[in-house]
Design a protein around this ligand. Sequence first.
Ligand SMILES: Cc1cc2nc3c(=O)[nH]c(=O)nc-3n(C[C@H](O)[C@H](O)[C@H](O)COP(=O)(O)OP(=O)(O)OC[C@H]3O[C@@H](n4cnc5c(N)ncnc54)[C@H](O)[C@@H]3O)c2cc1C
Length: 385
Amino acid sequence: MRVSTAPARQSDARMFSVVVQGYGAGSQRRSERQIKVAFSGLQALIRSIALNGGRILEVIPAEADIETPAAAAAVAPPSPAPTPVTPPASHASVPVNIYKPKEPYLGTVLGNYSLLSEGAIGRVNHITFDLSEGNLHYIEGQSIGIIPDGEDANGKPHKLRLYSIASTRHGDNLEDKTVSLCVRQLQYEKDGETINGVCSTFLCDVEPGAKVKITGPVGKEMLLPPDEDANVIMLATGTGIAPMRAYLSRMFEPGERAKNPDYAFRGKAWLFMGVPKTPNLLYEDDFQRYLNEYPDNFRYTKAISREQENSKGGRMYIQDRVLEHADEIFALIEDPKTHVYMCGLKGMEPGIDEAMTAAAAAKGLDWSTLRPQLKKADRWHVETY
Ligand SMILES: Cc1cc2nc3c(=O)[nH]c(=O)nc-3n(C[C@H](O)[C@H](O)[C@H](O)COP(=O)(O)OP(=O)(O)OC[C@H]3O[C@@H](n4cnc5c(N)ncnc54)[C@H](O)[C@@H]3O)c2cc1C
């Protein structure tokens, strides 16, 4: 985008010409055109263009000071659904429900190890299944279903539970024949007794060599845009890192880059990760390696609630980090190439929403209007559970 630096007159009567591509309806959208706008409407127009997937080529002070009807219409943010500029992978071609609960795929466990370090809270494992016997394939951002062995309290087979896929489509060994998960064992106290979640405990305990019933894949909410120049903001808590780990491997793992000549990521990937303690950080070595190798493309911000303090002296949660970086996050969001992904426990949503509301307000924006626009433009992706 070229923005003229010509001195501007200090008056709201100033007019500007905004040269834009891919903005407006029908044929307007397909061509490059100039929109004249008064200084007072310039910010709103720029925001509207960004949110609706247009590209600003130039902003120049205009001599003529007549506002055209087209410009006036353009200043008011249009109400119809914004069109995405960098839509995620074509939804029609995304594999879904290849294996259904009645006839699940039987995947052999290839590996199952703890992702936590000494002193961590709870149990989180990385579990890999062999897919070489069937036709189960998937892409980054999808989930699979697991049907645990055994029966429920009524003597019926257990129902499936969904898990976000933590590997890329090529699998951890890049052979296109495995799928990996990142699973936290659910544990809670009830009436003085410790209750273990059925499926998460089954998965954390399952031994290599065992055969596990797998369904899916499912999900089109968390797909990555194919655009190599996209910006990807990731907000993850705990096992919400699973899809982000797949994205980041696709972006930065050398073997992945060699396998995907049509996806040489050049945009900005910014991971916000929330955990209770340092030993609970997941895939930390990989992320540190990406930071070293791609310092211009990868940024990593941690919120470690029981070790770090927020500005009010309380525990540092991911929403506190979002607030701290509000300016930069919103500057990125104004770019139509930016996608935001949120994944983790449902409880993270209100905090993030509050932080985004405050951050938007600081920039004169209304988050309750902006969020649905981003959602419609396929740029705001949420998977919480
Ligand atoms: C799209 C999607 C993706 C997911 N991805 C992942 C992932 O990547 N990793 C991951 O670990 N999980 C993930 N989950 C969650 C996963 O599907 C299971 O819900 C989770 O593992 C718990 O299943 P379980 O069988 O162990 O627990 P269950 O035996 O089914 O127990 C769960 C039930 O226990 C009760 N319960 C839970 N906590 C408490 C409490 N504190 N007090 C009282 N009752 C309680 C509730 O009734 C709850 O429904 C995902 C879920 C979805 C929908």
